[in-house]
Design a protein around this ligand. Structure first.
Ligand code: FES
Length: 106
């Protein structure tokens, strides 16, 4: 299972082994990592799973689709690294992936 590093806005780092095929949101929720809520269960409808993916990893995570992009544009503080973590499925190639968490999901 790839090891994913979730880094909170205040710099605390949490590591979680996330099964291939699970999403980054599931990885955070299953490991009780604060900062990712996932209130809609991964349907892409709540944006409480907002995260920032280091640009050096964007070739592995891909880019946001149209509906995800629309959601991201409505989030205060979102930037070009922003993604909905429920829309990123973990692959073996994501070993060591760094995910930054926002200050707040609201
Ligand atoms: S969990 Fe709701 S949009 Fe990702």
């Amino acid at each position: 299972m790839p090891l994913v590093r979730y880094i909170s806005a205040d710099g605390n780092e949490y590591e979680a082994e996330v099964p291939v095929g699970n999403t980054l949101m599931q990885g955070a929720v299953d490991n009780m990592i604060d900062g990712i809520l996932g209130e809609c269960g991964g349907a892409g409808a709540c944006a409480t799973c907002h995260c920032f993916v280091d640009t050096e990893w964007s070739h592995q995570t891909g880019s946001a689709g149209d509906s995800e992009q629309e959601m991201l544009e409505a989030i205060p503080g979102a930037d070009e690294r922003s993604r909905l973590s429920c829309q990123i499925e973990v692959t073996e190639a994501m070993e060591g992936l760094v995910v930054h968490l926002p200050v707040s999901q609201f």
